[in-house]
Ligand binder design. Structure first.
Ligand code: CU
Length: 160
């Protein structure tokens, strides 16, 4: 009698573990689905290239199709050793760059990282980069999404 009870216990323990595993995989599946409905998209991504290994500047417009604001929180690149978000601030006649920790893309809105405002400072190119090339920046957002975005490299003359 004891052995039958033990057997039944073992079975129900297994059933419990199975139900747990199933619930876990369902939860995982719904997370994957949520990540698939990405709120942020990138458009008009380009880099202003400068000769002589001078730092380049990346520009892009971020569009948020979601109901909540999303922050751009990190930028990295396999093509540059350093990629940082900067803002150009003018003080009367002089201009300076300041570091930006995060940039908020408003719900159902967009934000432009564009000349005169924000730029992604790109330094320490890992290989030879020239106008006509495409480089990739990885944009990370506060909702957990990552956008691996191609940027068209342009010479200063091409951007006028
Ligand atoms: Cu800068």
């Amino acid at each position: 009698m004891t052995s039958i009870t033990n057997h039944v216990r073992t079975l129900s323990a297994r059933a419990g573990a199975l139900a747990g595993a199933l619930a876990l995989s369902l939860a995982f599946a719904s997370n994957v689905h949520a990540a698939g409905a990405q709120a942020i998209t990138a458009k008009d991504a380009w880099v202003r290239w400068l000769p002589n290994n001078l730092p380049a500047a990346g520009y892009v417009t971020l569009v948020n199709a979601g109901d909540k604001p999303v922050d751009l929180v990190d930028i990295s690149s396999s093509d540059y050793g350093d990629a940082m978000l900067h803002q150009t601030v003018s003080n009367g006649s002089s201009q300076k760059m300041v570091m930006v920790d995060k940039l908020t893309v408003p719900a159902h809105g967009q934000v432009a990282i564009a000349p005169g405002g924000y730029h992604v400072m790109l330094e320490d190119a890992k290989h030879k980069i020239a106008p006509g090339d495409t480089v990739h920046l990885k944009l990370k957002f506060s909702d957990g999404a990552t956008l691996d975005t191609p940027f068209a490299v342009k010479s200063p003359a091409q951007t006028k």
